[in-house]
Design a protein around this ligand. Sequence first.
Ligand SMILES: [Mn+2]
Length: 428
Amino acid sequence: MNISAETIANFNQSSLINHQRQFEFLANQLEQKGIGVETVVERLRQFQVTVPSWALGTGGTRFGRFAIGGEPRNLSEKIEDVGLLHRFTGNNEAISLHIPWDQTNDYLAIQQLAQQRNIRFDAINSNTFQDQPRQKHSYKFGSLSHTQAEVRQQAIDHHLEVIKIGKELGSKALTLWLGDGSNFPGQVNFRKALERTEASMQEIYAQLPSDWQLLIEYKPFEPAFYSMIIPDWGTALMLCQSLGEQANVLVDLGHHLPNTNIEQIVARLLGVNRLGGFHFNDSHYADDDLTTGAIKPYRLFLIFCELVNGVTQAADLSNGQLAWMIDASHNTKDPLEDLLQATEGILIAYAQALLVDQSALEAAQENNEVTLAQEILQTAFRTDVRPLLAEARYRNGAGLYPLQLFRDLDIRQTLIQARGSASRATGL
Ligand SMILES: [Mn+2]
């Protein structure tokens, strides 16, 4: 499905006067405080959030799955769906693939389709947390950390295959997340398991193209419930430092124990120049995979404050330094609507962080003005920045209000008519 520029312009026209009134009111208020609104809007126009191929269909839990209908049946349809999201938001220009879920026999055709839709390929993901049909060795007891060399070799070979596919598509990063771990004390030798993992990763890293990054993800528990091979950012950082400069840590917001200070982790990784990027989602308990910004928007804002403060002086987060990806799963909402909301949630946090008076905050910190520091942050956080986002989208030729546009055009019903009500996307 391709939505024309004219359709979007017509939709925008109906809300334009109202939007302009809101934008001008906010812009005046911010300008009076000395905030350069044009710069903020420009940053928002440039910022791109990658959509994971596995979030385009409904997810499920181990208890069940409720299909929504019209889900993409193959990789081409996934590219089309991301193209649609990008048309609506102007902020979703890339897709992150997952191998083998997205395996296909004609990557050239896929690349051409992506070009037509103005979509590029972000980090590509491997999968050694489940066995695949016709696979010789099982990953039941681990992959890169497995006790047996032939299982480790199979997992290494899989990663090299993923790199090869990524090269064909123009990806520039491999994301590595391992489900390896143990469920009971005594099951694995912690030290030896990590040594084996490191040795396996070295073989993968040796084959990484020179302009690629290896993004290493960590997670405290699940699927293993006693120990995970890379449970925390410290272990991920150790591995990155041992591998080389192209290895960086990927922070998945849901991969922390409750109340972990994620913004401080982000600052630490920035400080040693090993922050590779993000998997955005939100959580209340653990790896809940909920919509970004739905549960703890203040935490998301504080993370963006560290990024704006730490990445560059110009606070430009779209310079290709970091990978920005959503990693979520939608069990009860329309997956495309959910991705629109997630993208909005991320952009809101970024916009609010751009409103923070950095020099006043620094002065408050230097002078131990605790109350003032809190006021500075909360003043930015409590600003309704949505007119800035709408303005950025409008200038990009995208929808002023993407979710409303999605609903007005009855996109889900159109997708169901084209793909059927029983279509099921590959993935989680
Ligand atoms: Mn993730």
